[in-house]
Design a protein around this ligand. Sequence first.
Ligand SMILES: C[S@@+](CC[C@H](N)C(=O)[O-])C[C@H]1O[C@@H](n2cnc3c(N)ncnc32)[C@H](O)[C@@H]1O
Length: 313
Amino acid sequence: MSFAFKHFPAARDDLRADVLAGLAASPKAIPPKYFYDDAGCRLFEAICTQPEYALCRTEQALMAAHLPDIAAAVGDVDCIVEPGAGDCAKVRLLLGALRPSHLAVIDIAGAPLAAAAQGISRDHPELAVTALAMDFLRDLEAAAAWLPAGKRLVYYPGSSIGNFPPESASGLLARFRHLAGAEGRLLVGFDLKKDPQRLHAAYNDAAGITAAFNLNLLTRLNRELDADFDLARFSHYAFYNPVAGRVEMHLVSLADQTVGVAGERFRFALGETLHTEHSYKFRCDEFSALARTAGWQQEGEWVRDGFAVQLFA
Ligand SMILES: C[S@@+](CC[C@H](N)C(=O)[O-])C[C@H]1O[C@@H](n2cnc3c(N)ncnc32)[C@H](O)[C@@H]1O
């Protein structure tokens, strides 16, 4: 029916400021949202096909198996909104079951988002599709102006919520309430706590795709911030920290070295890490308690092989 694409300019200045601040901090850290340039998006899709990384496949299988139940629990919705939609593969399932009149997909990676959303628009001519290229951590409130009135479902799959420490996750879930509106619902997919060996394997796939995804951040900084990272002098390192309940992903410096980034110099000691991502894992009761801190009440729960989806109102 209709397709709209809106780009909220941000990117370059934010990237520079965030990276310089992150490299000056101790310990060094760069926000994971910067993984997703075009190559990062492709590598993430490749991660999802690795035998060790079952998360995406399990969530798809869970959704397919419980779709009628989930649709009945969600009820009628006019609009589905997905922040961080990526290739929009997961929301396609929901479209068939919920039959909304409007779909709004949001992602910081504008070009892949536009292509995926256009594909949905072609396959669902009855649907109004809006693609919003934005950093939702910055501009989420502006997205609401692009959504129709009526009942909205905010869909946040992929355990993306696990990328935020609990206080920030609670803050983001509270902002989703504004996006969902008064009658709104929230459907979230998250990875469960499980055998640390399984988690370790998932973030250290034998083909090295997660390592390439992690190191691609440095390639991006070399290209976009005129940096001179030598990728051979950094190593992908990911491990499950059961005390904190999260997988931590780092790039470890393999030498004493100094790296130039956007005209500034940063020293990396041998063994020093640049932290690039947290992936928090939850128990079901922990996640519903977290969502309660953001004002959401649990209405449904579906679990399959170490992965859960919860519905909130
Ligand atoms: C782990 S992928 C998940 C993609 C998809 N939702 C799924 O479940 O397969 C995370 C997606 O969120 C996007 N993203 C991460 N941080 C973002 C931010 N702050 N604003 C907008 N999009 C973001 C990334 O570009 C990426 O496409």
